[in-house]
Design a protein around this ligand. Structure first.
Ligand SMILES: Cc1cc2nc3c(=O)[nH]c(=O)nc-3n(C[C@H](O)[C@H](O)[C@H](O)COP(=O)(O)OP(=O)(O)OC[C@H]3O[C@@H](n4cnc5c(N)ncnc54)[C@H](O)[C@@H]3O)c2cc1C
Length: 505
């Protein structure tokens, strides 16, 4: 049966939930389609016996007053999910070293730590702080990036101030350029630390991360910003957004995978979009919507749109570099096996299969029985090679990756392989299945100067009534980032209807 609504949103990760809740709260009839049996996508969870594992995202930014999640929850009139600020936000261990570099939440303590760890680097950190101040105020005024219409440009210009314009002089620079400018270009140890941190947030090392983006992520763990650990699990964030959507009258259709988007572009009587797909028990469904917000990675658009994708746009999409895939170990151990001086999140510089980002559960946080802890270790990996191989060699590579990650965890945490109570590994194949993302791509397009902010992929597409948000759209990956991209696309959609969306409070 075909039905009709104002806006169909495809994908109920954090981007889709946020966009759907925002638009429903503005009185539009919204239907949110989610292929999975639950919401959350890369920020969802799954259960194994007594354990609850966060699938992808494990720590959250944007919970501070004025932060993106905080602003949105205030707008929805809801409390933020229960969470505690991480201190340290992360402990970073370089290869061959015992003592980690700890990203303390107190700025003065972090300054002492970095001066001790990286003598002579303070000018670099001060320059990063200046750039961050310039761009953070700008980001908080909700610019539209990259602009594709007069309205977009107006929003961008309105967000500029002298600080943002001064920072803008560094638009083409990388973090490695800042190091050289500050006389730290030869500091190999600092560079290794920065490469580890930046790869985690921008998919790129220091010499390929845009300076303006890097300056902000390097300030993320310190007050007045911060990183948070959710009580219960990461799913709490999605569940709270579901509540906002349903309270505003929006509809959520789980187990509905959208296969085709057909627009009536160019027809004499444009009616908008028709979405077709398969629902529960593989039953076909169809829905007509005036507009569509798609939160899937842009690499999914050629399949969804088929011949309707304009040639120039198709070429733009096929020219995008492949995002990363992820290998993620989900494990559980007795808590007494774990060191007590790392905090809940750590990084290890590690060769095979790559640098590890490790997240531990806290006692009583709902993820493991008392006296035990979940351990999640993720590594970025090129995604396609995991698909282009026969099953036997895939299984061999998977076992090798698992052994490599366990060896890294033995080094970092002191947990010997036989001590694991539970262990399993997800590869890009698993992420493709879980999230419906082509090749299990995660992490967006990366924050190279040629692709970030003004040079990124726009939320406004050349197809009227089709809007994009999610981790390939400004400001990029992370739950805080994708919720801002959802806000941007929702504001554009409403502006095209002559409406203004202003967040309450
Ligand atoms: C290993 C890993 C670690 C991470 N760590 C962190 C972290 O600590 N902190 C942080 O902030 N971020 C982290 N991230 C990034 C963060 O998880 C993502 O940037 C964010 O969750 C992406 O949200 P999204 O809504 O854009 O996309 P997704 O979460 O991918 O949501 C897309 C949704 O669309 C659904 N879908 C797909 N195809 C269809 C279809 N055809 N029809 C209907 N529905 C469909 C999917 O099932 C999914 O629910 C991590 C990611 C990974 C992979």
């Amino acid at each position: 049966m075909t039905s009709r609504c104002d806006v169909a949103v495809v994908g109920a990760g954090i981007a889709g939930l946020t966009a759907a809740a925002l638009l429903a709260a503005e009185g539009l009839e919204v239907v949110l389609f989610e292929a999975h049996s639950q919401t959350g996508g890369c920020a969802g969870t799954f259960r194994r016996g007594p354990y609850v594992f966060d699938v992808g995202a494990t720590q959250v930014a944007g919970f501070e007053p004025g932060g993106s999640h905080a602003r949105l929850f205030r707008h929805f009139g809801l409390s933020l999910p229960q969470a505690h600020r991480l201190d340290p936000g992360c402990s970073v261990r370089l290869a061959g070293e015992r003592e980690p570099i700890r990203l303390w939440s107190d700025p003065a303590r972090w300054q002492q730590e970095r001066q001790r760890q990286f003598p002579g680097s303070e000018r670099f950190w001060q320059l990063c702080a200046l750039l961050h101040q310039g761009t953070w105020g700008f980001a908080g005024r909700d610019p539209v990036l990259p602009p594709r219409s007069a309205w977009d440009l107006g929003q961008l210009l309105a967000a500029l101030d002298p600080g943002a314009l001064a920072s803008g002089l560094f638009t083409a620079a990388t973090v490695a350029d800042l190091l050289r400018l500050c006389g730290c270009g030869a500091d190999r140890r600092l560079r290794r630390f920065l490469d580890l941190q930046l790869r985690l947030y921008s998919q790129e090392p220091a010499d390929r991360t845009a300076a303006l983006y890097g300056a902000t992520v390097l300030a993320m763990a310190q007050k007045p910003l911060g990183l948070w650990h959710l009580q219960g699990s990461m799913q709490e964030l999605s569940v709270a957004l579901e509540r906002a959507l349903l309270a505003a009258g929006g509809q959520l259709r789980l187990r509905h995978r959208v296969h085709r988007l057909r627009g009536s572009i160019g027809s004499p009587n444009p009616t908008g979009w028709r979405l077709e797909g398969l629902g529960p028990a593989q039953r076909p469904f169809a829905l007509e919507a005036s507009e569509v917000v798609c939160t899937l990675p842009p690499q999914a658009l050629p399949d969804l749109l088929g011949e309707q994708l304009p040639g120039g746009y198709r070429r733009r999409l096929s020219g995008l570099p492949d995002p990363s895939g992820a290998l993620v170990l989900y494990g559980a151990v007795d808590r007494e096996q774990l060191p007590t001086d790392l905090g809940l999140h750590a990084q290890l510089e590690w060769a095979e299969p790559g640098n590890l980002f490790v997240s531990l559960s806290a006692e009583g946080d709902g993820r493991a029985p008392r006296g035990q802890a979940t351990v999640i270790a993720s590594v970025f990996t090129p995604a396609r090679p995991w698909f282009d191989q026969p099953e036997a060699s895939y299984q061999r590579d998977k076992q090798r990756a698992l052994a490599g990650i366990q060896a890294g965890l033995e080094q970092l945490l002191g947990v010997a392989p036989e001590r694991w109570r539970h262990v399993e590994l997800a590869t890009p194949r698993g992420f493709a299945g879980w999230t419906g993302r082509p090749y299990g791509f995660v992490g967006g397009l990366g924050q190279h100067p040629s692709r970030f902010g003004p040079f990124g992929l726009a939320s406004r597409t050349p197809l009227p009534g089709l809007w994009l948000c999610g981790d390939s759209i400004h400001p990029g990956e992370g739950t805080a980032g994708v919720s801002l991209s959802a806000l941007m696309a929702s504001r554009q959609l409403l502006a095209a209807r002559g409406r203004t969306l202003r967040l309450r409070g």
